[in-house]
Design a protein around this ligand. Structure first.
Ligand SMILES: [Fe+2]
Length: 90
C-alpha cells in the first residue's frame, strides 16, 4: 500500500472532520513508508544503502509522530485514549 492519492470520500465527511481525516491518512502513509523502507533495508546486502534506508525509516517515524501530535490537539478523545493507554502500560 503506497498512497498516490488521498483515500477518503470528501463528500461523506463533514467539514469539521476533514482535517482529522487528512491527519489519519497522513499517519497511515507515514507508517506505510516506515514498513517500506525497513523492508527495503532488509532486502539489500549493500551496507551504505541499508544505513540510508534505516535512517529514512527513522525520519518517517518522526513524521508520523508530528501528525499524531496535531491529531491529538484536535481529537481530544484520541488524546485521552493515547494518554490512558500509555499510562496503563507502565
Ligand atoms: Fe514522511
Amino acid at each position: 500500500m503506497v498512497f498516490s492519492e488521498v483515500p477518503i470520500e470528501l463528500k461523506n465527511i463533514s467539514e469539521d472532520d476533514i482535517d482529522k481525516e487528512l491527519m489519519r491518512v497522513a499517519i497511515m502513509a507515514e507508517f506505510d513508508a516506515i514498513n517500506m523502507y525497513e523492508q527495503m533495508a532488509n532486502l539489500t546486502e549493500n551496507e551504505d544503502l541499508k544505513t540510508i534506508l534505516l535512517d529514512i525509516a527513522k525520519e518517517e517515524k518522526v513524521h508520523a509522530a508530528m501528525f499524531q501530535t496535531v491529531l491529538m490537539e484536535v481529537d481530544h478523545e484520541y488524546l485521552k485514549v493515547m494518554a490512558s493507554y500509555s499510562l496503563a502500560k507502565d
